[in-house]
Structure formats: C-alpha cells, structure tokens
Design a protein around this ligand. Structure first.
Ligand SMILES: Cc1ncc(C[n+]2csc(CCOP(=O)(O)OP(=O)(O)O)c2C)c(N)n1
Ligand SMILES: [Mg+2]
Length: 363
C-alpha cells in the first residue's frame, strides 16, 4: 500500500475537491505511472479524433471522453487477461487499456479496411475479440445482456472470467437496463456494471430524467450489494472499487454494480457545443479534472515531476501522429464488399477469435 506523504492530500471517500486523490492503494508506483500514461493516451487520442473530425476526416459522429479518463482507464486496469469489456461511446480509454492499438481505433473512425469493422462503421461501434472487446451496442442497455451471455457461457466451461461494462446515467432509465440487470443478478453472472453519471444525457441534466438521489440505488432493487457511489475523477478510487467488484464477481458473489460521479466536459458528440450547460457547472468540474488531479498527486508522492509528465505527453503525441500517418495510407473499402463479414461464414479476424470466445479453436 502506498503511504500518504503529502499533507495536502487526504482520503476522498466520496466526492473530493480538486487535488484530492485516494491514498490507499494496492497499485505499485510503476502501476500508478502506467495508469497515468494510459489516461494521457486516452486524452491525446480524443484530442486527435476531435481535430480529425474538424478536418472532415471523420464522417460519423465523434465521441469524446474528455474528463472521464479515470472512469474508463482505471476500471479496465482492474481486469485480468481473458476478461471481457463491453465499452460504450465514452470508453475508448478502456479499449486502449486492454491493448487495442490506437491506430486500429483511428482507422475505424476514418473507415479504413485495416480496422476492426473493415471500414463499415465510422465511429466507436467496433470491438475486437483478440483484445477481449465486445463492440458497443447502440440500443442503450443491451450490452449488459450480451456480457451476461459471455460470462455465463464461460462459467459453464469452468472458466473464471469476468465482464466489465459501463452505462451512462441516462441509459439506466431504459427498460432494457432493468431487465438485463435483473437477469444478471438472478443468474449471479460474474459481471461488473459501472454507472457513469456524467451529469448529462444529450442535453438532459440528471435531475430532469431521474429523481433518485443516487443512481447506485437502482442496484438495491435487484439485490445487488456494495452499490457505492464514488468519485469517478479519482483514478485510484475507481481502480480500487472496480478491483474489489471484479474480485467479488470472480469469487462467485454475483453481479456487481456501482456509480461513478464524473462530468462530460464536451457535448454529446463533437457536433454539440453543449451551450445548454451552465457556466458554473462547467467550471466546477473543470477544477476537478481527473488528469490534473492525478498529476498533482503523482508529484506530491514524488513519483513524477513536470519534466517526466511532459515527456509522457510528448511520447504519446508522437505515437498518435505516427498512427495517423499509417491510417492515412490505408485504403477505404470497396463498396462492392459491403456485405462481407455480415454473416458468420465471412467473419473479420476481429470478430472470430474462437479461442478467446470458446476456450478452444472451432475452425
Ligand atoms: C434505447 C436507446 N434510446 C435512445 C438512444 C439515443 N441515445 C444515444 S446516446 C443517448 C444519451 C445517453 O446518455 P447517457 O446514458 O447519460 O450516456 P452519456 O452519453 O452521457 O455517456 C441517447 C438518448 C439509444 N441509442 N438507445
Ligand atoms: Mg450521461
């Protein structure tokens, strides 16, 4: 456990102020620095997508997770090899944590042949089973049932695999969410569901779509225990809470669900300037940015300094530039091939890792 060194930092059981990060963690110094690197990768990746969108090179919607890097990266960091994630539109960071090369994701956004959908999707609706990633499903809530199917099948084969998925607070008002969570809970599916309460669903603020004080309370109705609400902009808190949930799910204690409080610092997608968000709300959350806070903590702990942090950004920007250069050279798909990969007999390599899916090769 890392020990508190700095008096300016203190434990943050729920929502903490700027600069406060949970100090008790099982992560080593190296792991904490790796987590920082992954969060920066998430941010720099998002910045790149935003620029490419403005240059007209991304024709679909471009979704940003600016301000939510901790909720995606620190949670996915708690998984083991062989576990599965079902990300949603704000969880690009989780796919990068699981090892998806940024160039594959960029290639998908720029509809190239060499991408997980082979150029058939122009944004985030792509998965790659080689990295244990199930593609996001547009029908909000549906990923939960898919995850249950995956882990229940694995359990029948005697494997101890856990699935992790995220759901926006708005999406917890869909019927599918309730049906799927109830099914998962009853089946004791080894699944962790993180409710990402980022304050808005499109332009609808939380208070206009649900009167419950905490979205985590929805778990109680299904008999799910440990449904805490935590500070989603504190990467250590997100990691520790997810790790405990993952361990419980793997140990056979059933479906886990908890809520992370965070903020969507951009609009729903790049086309949305989010003018409906009051200035005070924007300022409040900008002062609690997860990366700024984490960097202050890493410096206080003596794990990093301005120069080492600047180096992380510089290295990752160069990596992303190289990825973009590679993507620009990749061909776009021939329209005549549009039906390829739609049916099971012509699957794209990203969708046919049978060893990962079934524990053995089927073809
Ligand atoms: C069942 C369903 N209803 C509506 C939509 C349209 N839709 C896509 S994203 C979104 C808002 C989701 O908000 P939230 O769940 O809070 O996630 P966030 O975008 O804030 O991450 C809506 C309404 C959809 N995709 N599926
Ligand atoms: Mg939301």
């Amino acid at each position: 456990m890392a020990k508190a060194k700095a008096t300016a930092l203190k434990n943050s059981p729920s929502v903490s102020g700027a600069g406060e990060i949970t100090l008790k963690t099982r992560l080593t110094r190296e792991q904490q620095l790796e987590l920082h690197r992954l969060m920066v990768l998430n941010r720099e990746f998002d910045n790149k997508i935003s620029l490419l969108y403005r240059r007209g090179l991304v024709i679909g919607a471009a979704f940003s997770s600016l301000g939510q890097e901790a909720t995606s990266c620190a949670s996915a960091y708690a998984l083991e090899k062989g576990d599965i994630i079902a990300p949603m539109i704000r969880n690009a960071g989780a796919t990068l944590v699981r090892g998806l090369p940024p160039r594959d994701f960029l290639a998908n956004y720029m509809y190239r042949i060499n991408s997980p959908t082979g150029g058939r999707d122009g944004n985030t609706h792509m998965g790659d089973l080689r990295y244990g990633i199930i593609a996001p499903i547009s029908m909000l809530g549906a990923s939960i049932a898919l995850c249950s199917g995956f882990v229940l099948a694995a359990r029948q084969r005697g494997e101890k695999r856990v699935a992790l998925t995220w759901i926006g607070e708005g999406s917890t008002s869909t019927g599918e969410f309730h049906e799927d969570v109830n099914f998962a809970a009853v089946m004791k599916a080894p699944l962790v569901v993180i409710i990402e309460n980022n304050q808005y669903a499109y332009s609808t603020p939380v208070k206009q779509q649900c009167l419950a004080e905490r979205f985590a309370d929805k778990a109680v109705g299904y008999g799910i225990k440990h449904a805490v609400t935590i500070d989603g902009n504190d990467p250590i808190a997100v990691y520790e809470t997810t790790k405990e949930a993952v361990d419980r799910a793997r140990a056979g204690e059933g479906t886990q669900m908890f809520e992370v409080l965070t903020y969507r610092r951009k609009g729903h997608a790049e086309h949305d300037p989010a003018k409906y968000v009051p200035k005070e709300i924007q300022q409040y959350w900008e002062g609690r940015d997860p990366l700024t806070r984490y960097e202050a903590y890493l410096k206080e702990m003596g794990y990093a300094d301005d120069a080492s942090i600047a180096k992380v950004y510089e290295t990752l920007r160069a990596e992303i530039e190289a990825a973009e250069e590679w993507v620009m050279k990749q061909p776009k798909p021939d329209p005549a091939t549009v039906m390829q990969g739609v049916y099971a007999d012509e699957r794209h390599p990203a969708h046919m890792d049978d060893e990962f899916l079934y524990g053995r090769k089927y073809h």
